[in-house]
Design a protein around this ligand. Structure first.
Ligand SMILES: *Cc1c(COP(=O)(O)O)cnc(C)c1O
Length: 226
């Protein structure tokens, strides 16, 4: 299967899932997760109309940006675990940092954004299953994180992001997606936090049914990672 064909298929599935729950498919942004795939794969997807790409590693992101400067409309999402000492390298270079999960990290983004004279859009990452192995703040610490984002003039928190515990059966993931939406509703709802980034290759359809506005899809577009 070609990347263009895979993209077409994913987009059709997005449309159908949205229609099942009376949502407008245009309200859902497909983020093509290109980690560990070469720049040529990104170029192929871009030529098939894809604009938003997700990367997990700062060094890899920076290298790919350098290799693809001619793709003027490309929008990069940082979706990996972000170390504070790497924030400087991506501030101003990404459309969205999806993985802000602590007050300390947020403070670093604010500091670097302010120094660079830019405003940075971020999502707050939630560890919905309270899994010790995963990053993300808990539901309880979200209030604190939101408060410090409000006091950070160069950071705009536009929503929440989750990587739920892996379930083979996509439908088992539904309660986690629903919990993220409910958490958002507890904290001002879609007016204050419009974006919900949830759903990957095997469960993005369920995520859309539960309100996802960003789905992060890798394998279903680019095939397995090496
Ligand atoms: C790798 C990754 C994805 C994509 O996963 P697939 O199963 O390949 O679709 C999505 N989100 C995050 C945070 C990832 O690290």
């Amino acid at each position: 299967m070609s990347i263009a064909k895979n993209l077409g298929s994913v987009r059709r599935h997005i449309e159908r899932s949205a229609e099942r729950v009376d949502r407008n498919p245009n309200d859902i942004e497909l983020v093509a997760v290109s980690k560990l795939h070469p720049p040529e794969a990104i170029r192929e997807a871009y030529e098939a109309g894809q604009r938003h790409f997700g990367e997990n590693y700062v060094q890899e992101l920076v290298a790919k940006q350098a290799a693809l400067t001619d793709l003027e409309e490309i929008r990069w999402h940082f979706i990996g675990h972000l170390q504070r000492n790497k924030v400087r390298q991506i501030v101003g270079q990404t459309a969205l940092i999806e993985t802000v999960d602590s007050v300390r990290l947020l403070a670093e983004v604010e500091k670097r954004a302010s120094a660079a004279g830019v405003t940075v859009d971020v999502l707050l990452q939630i560890n919905i299953g309270d899994e010790p192995s995963k990053s993300g703040c808990t539901g309880e610490t979200l209030a604190e994180l939101l408060e410090s984002s409000r006091q950070s003039p160069s950071v705009r928190a536009t929503g929440l992001m989750v990587i739920p515990p892996f379930e083979l059966d996509a439908d088992e993931t539904r309660p986690y997606f629903r919990a993220l939406r409910e958490l958002r509703d507890l904290h001002g709802g879609a007016l204050s936090l419009p974006e919900l980034s949830m759903g990957m290759s095997h469960d993005f359809e369920v995520a859309i049914e539960e309100g996802a506005t960003l789905v992060r899809v890798g394998t279903a577009i680019f095939g397995p990672r090496q």
